[in-house]
Design a protein around this ligand. Structure first.
Ligand code: FAD
Length: 383
């Protein structure tokens, strides 16, 4: 009989790995330890369709609960892995130890916190879980003023959804543009214009210094009086379980191109994994939806003893208002952005060039170009 496979984490990477194990024909014992009280689910709708109230919770599930029963996956929701003993090859839980032959760590990431405490008059919220999205949704709408701290992906997606629900929205971002690090000044400025056009009070070059009663005092000396503060300032990997077990950890669980950690029977995938990327020639940790799916699948094959080399290039998407965007590739320092105009301000492409070679590309609302962009970027990295 094959040794048990234990998967820790109840997100997209964990759920996808479990599904792939069965699809690959593995019929051995699989345990999935998921800290949240939900079956594994996808998070992108938490700032978009689910937050808007258009997409139901069960549409975010990787598989419905029955699937895990029907496929003999021992899914234990509401169960955290407390510690991993690499010598005994077991995972401690409140219900006792769970033995493993192979272990997959897919514990994801959590919202980065700011030292901003809620006041009696003002709640400070974060957005990572279904419950947090539900709480935020219940507040949004006409007559409510939301202050978004951080003009990154999640902050700007929440701003868009909140505006669509009629909420008054102020966004503060310390950089000169929202999403600047990811998009570069020219493309980021276009996104900024779209948000301003939809009525967002977007204040760049400033941030919240402190909350004072019902006021948020900004670093530029001005203040805002919102009803709710939503902080979206990035995520940090849930790497403590691996680190405490003695695995190599450095901004994520360090794994090779086969997603294997510093212990031969332990793998990592998704937001928590920092993997050697054979094409990019460096270790990267990717906090995006597609990576959680593809690494979850690849990890399943690695757990089954297959030779795996994970070489997918980073990919992500965002939806803000009627603006859908896809981004392919990786942007090394010194790359130059070239914007390729389209039919309108909300339809264009952009290339990140190293010399003449595209190292990354994105399109906005040019959905028939996905394959072309992906292939051209891949060609650069593959040669
Ligand atoms: P997670 O989804 O973080 O799941 C990890 C799970 O492990 C969690 O349920 C956690 O509770 C559990 N866990 C942690 N520690 C333990 C433990 N010790 N024991 C048991 N369980 C544990 N990406 C895009 O590409 N496009 C988007 O538009 C986009 N939108 C997003 C919007 C929001 C609001 C958020 C939060 C993320 C978004 N992302 C998006 C990112 C994407 O959702 C993540 O990359 C993806 O969720 C990563 O999946 P994961 O399984 O690695 O980790």
């Amino acid at each position: 009989m094959s040794e048990p496979i234990v998967i820790v984490g109840g997100g997209l990477a964990a759920g996808t790995a479990a599904v792939e194990l069965r699809e690959a024909g593995h019929d051995g014992y699989v345990v999935l330890l998921a800290a949240e009280d939900h079956v594994p689910y996808e998070r992108p709708p938490l700032s978009k369709g689910y937050l808007l109230g258009e997409k139901p919770a069960d549409a975010t599930h990787v598989q419905p609960r029955e699937w895990y029963d029907e496929h003999g996956i021992d899914l234990r929701t509401g169960t955290s892995a407390l510690a991993v003993d690499l010598e005994a090859k077991s995972v401690a839980t409140d219900d006792g130890p769970v033995r493993f032959g192979k272990l997959l760590i897919a514990t994801g990431a959590r919202a980065r916190r700011l030292p901003l405490e809620s006041t009696d008059a003002l709640d400070v919220l974060y957005l990572r879980s279904m419950e947090e999205s539900t709480t935020l949704h219940e507040r949004l709408g006409e007559g409510h003023h939301l202050l978004v701290v951080g003009g990154g992906w999640i902050g700007m997606e929440v701003a868009a959804t909140a505006r669509q629900l009629g909420t008054t929205v102020t966004v503060v971002e310390p950089a000169e543009q929202p999403m600047l690090a990811a998009l570069g000044a020219e493309v980021a400025a276009r996104f900024a214009e779209v948000h301003r056009g939809h009525g967002v009070d977007l204040r760049t070059g400033t941030s919240v210094e402190r909350l004072d009663g019902a006021n948020a005092v900004l670093t530029d000396g001005s203040s805002v009086s919102p009803d709710t503060v939503l902080v979206g300032v990035g995520a940090v990997p849930n790497e403590e379980l691996a680190r405490d077990a003695g695995l190599e950890v450095d901004n994520g669980v360090v794994v090779d191109a086969g997603l294997r950690s510093s212990h031969p029977d332990v793998y990592a995938a998704g937001d928590v994994a920092r993997a050697v990327h054979p094409l990019l020639g460096e270790k990267i940790r990717v906090e995006h939806w597609q990576n959680a799916i593809s690494q979850g699948k690849a990890a399943a094959h690695a757990l089954l003893g297959e030779d795996v080399s994970y070489e997918d290039l980073p990919y992500f998407f965002t939806d803000q208002y009627d603006l859908g965007m896809e981004f392919f590739g990786h942007v090394p320092d010194g790359s130059v952005v070239r914007v390729e105009p389209g039919d309108s301000d909300t339809s264009f492409a952009a290339w990140w060039l190293r010399g003449d070679d595209p190292v990354a590309a994105m399109h906005v609302n040019q959905w028939d170009r996905s394959d072309e962009l992906r292939d051209r970027v891949r060609q650069t990295w593959a040669t």
